[in-house]
Unconditional design. Structure first.
Length: 113
């Protein structure tokens, strides 16, 4: 076999070997990626505002005294939030009638008390 013929065979074989190795490394990295654990939900309690406090904007609903909220984190579900808050899923749904349990978004505040 001449050198030119060997190069015509070796070049595509080397290219395919390199692509195969790259695909396997990327696939392994995606499969075994150790994502940092999601931070625990932040619970915020609201207290009654003093009488001299500035009025809220009219498009915001006033928050009841003693209400507690969590901020939705990445990976949270309604069930996970209810479990962390120590309430049933039905109670969480009742506290959040305008929120679909199937489409919560990161950063959204969910009432838990």
């Amino acid at each position: 076999m001449s050198e030119r013929t060997a190069a015509r065979v070796a070049a595509p074989v080397a290219f395919l070997a390199g692509v195969t190795i790259a695909v396997l490394l990327i696939r392994d990295g995606l499969r075994h990626h150790d994502a940092p654990p999601a931070p625990a939900a932040t619970v915020t309690t609201t207290a009654a505002a003093p009488h001299h406090a500035a009025k809220k904007k009219p498009h915001h609903k006033p928050q009841p005294s003693g209400a507690a909220y969590v901020t939705v984190q990445s990976g949270d579900t309604f069930y996970a939030i209810a479990t962390r808050a120590g309430i049933s899923l039905d109670q969480l749904k009742a506290l959040n009638p305008g929120v679909s349990p199937y489409s919560i978004h990161v950063g959204e505040r969910i009432r838990v008390k």
